[in-house]
Design a protein around this ligand. Structure first.
Ligand code: SF4
Length: 209
C-alpha cells in the first residue's frame, strides 16, 4: 500500500474552539448510530463531566494528517470489500502511529493530554462491552468526536481541506484530526521534534524525510 502523509498543525484557544466547533447534542445523536456507542471507553457516552474534564486546558493544538493514496493503491481496491479493508488498514496504521507520537509528546508538554481520531481499538473486544473498566487507561486516549466536535468544519475552516469519502473508489486522500490539549500553545519545535511539524510530508508509514 503506497501513500504519503502531510501534516498541518493549528493551535486554537479552548474557549473559541468549544464555542465555534462543539455541538454535543447534534453529534452525539450521530454517535448513537455507531456500533462503538456505549461499547468503547473512548467513545460516548463519556463517563465524566466534559466541562470539568476540559477546564484545565486553555488551548487545543490540532493536528491534521492528510493521507495521499497513490494510483496503484486506489486501483488495487477494485471492490467494495477491498476498499473497506484497504481503507481501514491505511487509516488505522496512521491513526495508531499518531496516537503513539502524541502520547510521547505529552511528556514534552507538561500537563497536556492528547486526543485521537475515532474510537480506541487497543483491545478486542473493549472491556466496556462486559461492563469492565478500561484495561489500558494510561494508553487509551479519547476521540475528539466523543466531545461533540465538528470535525468536518474543523478540517475545512482551520486547515482549508475538504474531507473526501469513499464512493465508487478510494478517495485521493483521507484526513485524520488528532490533538493535544495544553495550558499554552505547543511550540512549533515540539511538533518538529515529534516529526509532525506544520507542512511536513513523509512517505508511507510516516518514516520518510
Ligand atoms: S484500551 Fe481496551 S478497554 Fe480501554 S477503551 Fe481501548 S479497547 Fe476499550
Amino acid at each position: 500500500m503506497g501513500f504519503q502523509l502531510e501534516y498541518r498543525t493549528r493551535p486554537i484557544e479552548m474557549e473559541r474552539f468549544r464555542r465555534t466547533y462543539q455541538d454535543r447534542e447534534r453529534f452525539l445523536a450521530c454517535c448513537r448510530e455507531c456500533p462503538r456507542y456505549e461499547a468503547r471507553w473512548s467513545c460516548p457516552p463519556l463517563s465524566f463531566d466534559v466541562d470539568d474534564f476540559l477546564a484545565p486546558y486553555a488551548w487545543a493544538n490540532l493536528l491534521c494528517a492528510r493521507i495521499f493514496l497513490d494510483d496503484g493503491t486506489i486501483g488495487a481496491a477494485g471492490t467494495p470489500e477491498k476498499m473497506k479493508t484497504m481503507g481501514w488498514n491505511i487509516v488505522s496504521q496512521v491513526k495508531f502511529e499518531l496516537e503513539e507520537r502524541l502520547r510521547e509528546m505529552e511528556e514534552r508538554v507538561p500537563g497536556s493530554l492528547s486526543l485521537s481520531s475515532g474510537g480506541c481499538h487497543r483491545c478486542d473486544p473493549c472491556a466496556r462491552e462486559a461492563g469492565q473498566p478500561c484495561r489500558q487507561p494510561d494508553q487509551m486516549r479519547y476521540s475528539l468526536d466523543a466531545f461533540g466536535f465538528d470535525l468536518t468544519a474543523i478540517t475545512q475552516d482551520l486547515f482549508g481541506i475538504e474531507i473526501l469519502w469513499c464512493r465508487e473508489r478510494l478517495p485521493d486522500y483521507f484526513t485524520l484530526i488528532h490533538g493535544i490539549l495544553s495550558a499554552a500553545p505547543v511550540p512549533g519545535e515540539v511538533w518538529e521534534a515529534a516529526g509532525l511539524g506544520d507542512g511536513k510530508t513523509t512517505d508511507a508509514g510516516g518514516k520518510g524525510a
